[in-house]
Design a protein around this ligand. Structure first.
Ligand code: TXA
Ligand code: MG
Length: 339
């Protein structure tokens, strides 16, 4: 197959890359051994690879690499950090990352691999970059049922965070061509596995505290209710004021530090810790170089670290462009009055 949207360019090893590197040229990878090993190498090196799943194409990055995860948001031009789904090859790998209750075990057993995503309590030491779950104490997990996705996950040997491989606000891609049309030049590679058989995103559920539908999707709710032997609770916008219905990750339980947060501060007061951005002082700095991708990668880490220090936090102004909009969105939520 020929393709005009690709050119080969070797990806620098992770430690040699800088987050401000120019946009990559996008390789098209075939669904064969060579393509799969190249895709796995890119993922392990901190790059972005779009890959097919049975639902839609995902935009994958190593879920344990903060910078790689931040680059997903940059490539998608997301105005906010919607939490991402982590993809795993099997239930055993998923159990290392989240706590499965009896209902979650039963659903995973019945429907994995498949078009079901489970939102479960995150194990704190699982090594997942906090940006993946947007700082939430829960994590969305899925074991995809697509031979290429399975082969890629096994080769990469890491949990892979992947939202649908489309720019923010656009429809989900169900072919490599869809991905290329919108993300070529913004990601390292696209693994071409032809059209996605389901063509609709996964159904998202949580079992905590009770089985609740967060997003309808490729797995019908009737099948889920039959498996559980009980109707699912519905997540309705009324439960979550100030959120948009199709952003179930941004529930009222969004991450907020215990300490008060003061935004757009040019310098700290005597009793405050200072989260800096760009050159200048700071207890911690989101990015001394003023790089928004680096700042996004550091955001939740630094907030957690400062919060643990038990003092009020002042935050330097962050430019409201590109990833800065998502950073400011999260900071505003974290600074908002608590119930
Ligand atoms: O089929 C799919 O689910 C595809 C393929 C690639 O797996 N992925 C996908 O991802 O549709 P995305 O990012 O477009 O949608 C993920 C949804 C978001 O609406 C997000 O809010 C929700 O999952 N989500 C992720 N983590 C969550 C969490 N901890 N709590 C609640 N919702 C969460
Ligand atoms: Mg999506």
């Amino acid at each position: 197959m020929t393709c005009t949207w690709v050119t080969r360019k070797p990806l620098l090893p992770h430690h040699k890359r800088h987050v401000t590197d120019a946009m990559p040229q996008t390789e098209r990878l075939n669904a064969d051994e060579t393509g799969l090993s190249r895709a796995a190498d890119i993922l392990r090196g901190g790059g972005l690879v779009a890959f097919p799943t049975e639902t839609v194409y995902g935009l994958g990055a190593d879920a344990t690499d903060d910078t790689a995860v931040a680059r997903i948001f940059a490539a998608k031009a997301r105005p906010s950090f919607n939490p991402l789904i982590v993809h795993l090859p099997n239930l055993a790998a998923a159990r290392e990352i989240a706590v499965f209750d009896a209902n979650a075990e039963r659903l995973a057993d019945a429907f994995w691999p498949g078009a079901l995503t489970l939102v479960l309590p995150l194990k704190p030491n699982a090594g997942i970059a906090p940006l993946v779950s947007a700082g939430l104490p829960t994590i969305a997990l899925r074991v995809p049922d697509h031979p290429l996705a399975q082969a890629l996950l096994r080769r990469a040997g890491r949990p892979i965070a992947a939202p649908s491989a489309n720019p923010s606000g656009k429809i989900s891609p169900t072919s490599a061509r869809h991905v290329a049309a919108s993300l070529a030049g913004r990601i390292e590679a696209i693994l071409d596995g032809g059209p996605c058989p389901v063509g609709l995103e996964s159904t998202i559920l949580t079992t905590v505290p009770i089985p609740t539908l967060l997003r309808p999707g490729g797995l019908p709710t009737e099948a889920i209710e039959a498996c559980l032997g009980a109707p699912l609770a519905r997540h309705t916008p009324a439960d979550t004021p100030n959120t948009t219905p199709n952003a179930p990750g941004q529930l009222a339980s969004h991450y907020a530090p215990t300490a008060p947060l003061r935004l757009n501060a040019t310098q700290p007061r005597a009793d405050e810790l200072f989260l800096g951005f760009g050159p200048g002082p700071g207890t911690l700095n989101l990015s001394a170089a003023g790089d928004l991708t680096e700042a996004a990668a550091n955001l939740f880490h630094h907030l957690h670290t400062l919060d643990a220090m038990g003092q009020a936090i002042a935050v330097a102004p962050i430019p409201d462009t590109g990833l800065g909009r998502a950073i400011n969105d999260r900071l505003r939520r974290a600074a908002a009055p608590r119930p």
